[in-house]
Design a protein. Structure first.
Length: 374
């Protein structure tokens, strides 16, 4: 007669080995899938973010024009490619032209730098050093470059590397726009599929709630962080053009980047105001009006951000903002969205757990009503 204890022990050992083997096999499959998908992770995540953000526009466009999903999505995709691709091509052609012109002047010995304005000496902190270096370069550029050969070569390498990174990023966004338009064309089926995945991972109504929270958080960050940065950059760009500031377009782009990484626009506005009052040729009254405008535009994010960030999201605005900032520090630009979504979902799960435990504790503490079954 077989020993029941030995039989149970053998069966338990067999089951544990089977579970471990299946777990190892599952982890191996997931690891291989992650390695295969990793080269496309960035572009697919950006495409998903763009699709989620632009999908309401796609719906409005489709309903107003009476088009099918594919045509409306294609129109948005083509428009996005033109808005991003055409300026990139024009900027690249202009850059090549300027570099070629500078190289030609360098070979001909005709490359010169104009003398600095005396008012630069009065700039705080860096004024005197900048004036001396600028003056030396204007008097004998070749000697300055020869004496700083290593620094110049390092600067050129850094500029080339930065240009390559910018072109790669632009190419990534162009590809993401194309993929996002395809996602929007199949938006309804994609939304249903993501809903089934969320319900499987979390379960029931909680999965649908977290799916809606993730979508609303992405759109909130897009409007509250990137949207506000774009509006502020446009306002300040107009002010820079109004004040006839040199390289106004470049300063507007820098302002956009500073706004996205959540630094104050006053880092650009205050030096511009210093230049306006020390080097500008406008009247005192006009300089005063421009100063007021630039200060208001530079501080506009303090009003716009609380209005837009966290709008439509059942999570406090500081949670979304902290998630966006922390995610950007840890994961780069894409962390603006991933960090805010993950922190918002974690916040909701935390409070769902707290409310559930509180409800259970209250039910246990409530005495039973006489006559009712326990």
């Amino acid at each position: 007669m077989e020993d029941p204890y030995q039989t149970m022990k053998t069966r338990l050992s067999h089951d544990v080995i089977q579970v471990l083997l299946r777990l190892v096999f599952l982890l191996l499959i997931l690891w291989v899938c992650a390695r295969i998908f990793s080269p496309f992770a960035s572009i697919m995540l950006w495409a998903l973010i763009l699709a989620v953000t632009l999908y309401p526009l796609h719906i409005k466009l489709r309903d107003s024009l009476g088009w099918r999903d594919g045509r409306a999505a294609a129109l948005i995709g083509v428009t996005g490619l033109l808005l991003l691709g055409v300026p990139t091509v024009l900027l690249g052609m202009s850059l090549v032209e300027h570099v070629t012109d500078l190289l030609g002047q360098w070979k001909a010995g005709a490359l010169t730098i104009r003398e600095p304005n005396e008012s630069i000496r009065d700039w705080p902190v860096i004024g005197e050093q900048l004036y001396v270096a600028w003056l030396a370069a204007s008097e004998n550029l070749e000697a300055v470059l020869a004496s700083h050969g290593e620094e110049v070569r390092a600067l050129i390498k850094r500029a080339v590397g930065g240009t390559t990174d910018v072109l790669a990023t632009i190419g990534l966004f162009l590809g993401a726009i194309v993929i996002a338009s395809i996602m929007m064309a199949y938006g309804q089926s994609g939304e249903a599929a993501l809903g089934r995945i969320a319900n499987t991972l979390v379960g029931g109504s909680r999965g649908a709630q977290l799916q809606q929270l993730s979508v609303a958080t992405m759109r909130s960050v897009a409007t509250g962080v990137i949207g506000v940065a774009v509006v502020q950059a446009l306002l300040l760009g107009v002010g820079f053009l109004w004040a006839d500031v040199p390289a106004a377009g470049v300063l507007a782009v820098v302002t956009l980047f500073i706004g996205i990484i959540q630094l104050p626009a006053l880092l650009i506005t205050l030096p511009v105001l210093a230049w306006l009052w020390t080097s500008g040729d406008g009247s005192t009254a006009m300089n005063g009006v421009i100063t007021v405008y630039l200060l208001i535009a530079g501080l506009s994010d303090g009003v716009l951000k609380p209005m837009l960030l966290g709008r439509g999201v059942d999570v406090p605005m500081p949670v979304v903002l902290i998630g966006a900032l922390g995610g950007m520090v840890g994961m780069g630009m894409i962390g603006l969205f991933l960090g805010s979504v993950i922190l918002a979902v974690g916040y909701q799960l935390l409070w769902a757990w707290v409310e559930r435990e509180t409800s259970l504790a209250e039910d246990e503490a409530t005495p039973p009503v006489p006559g009712e079954a326990p």
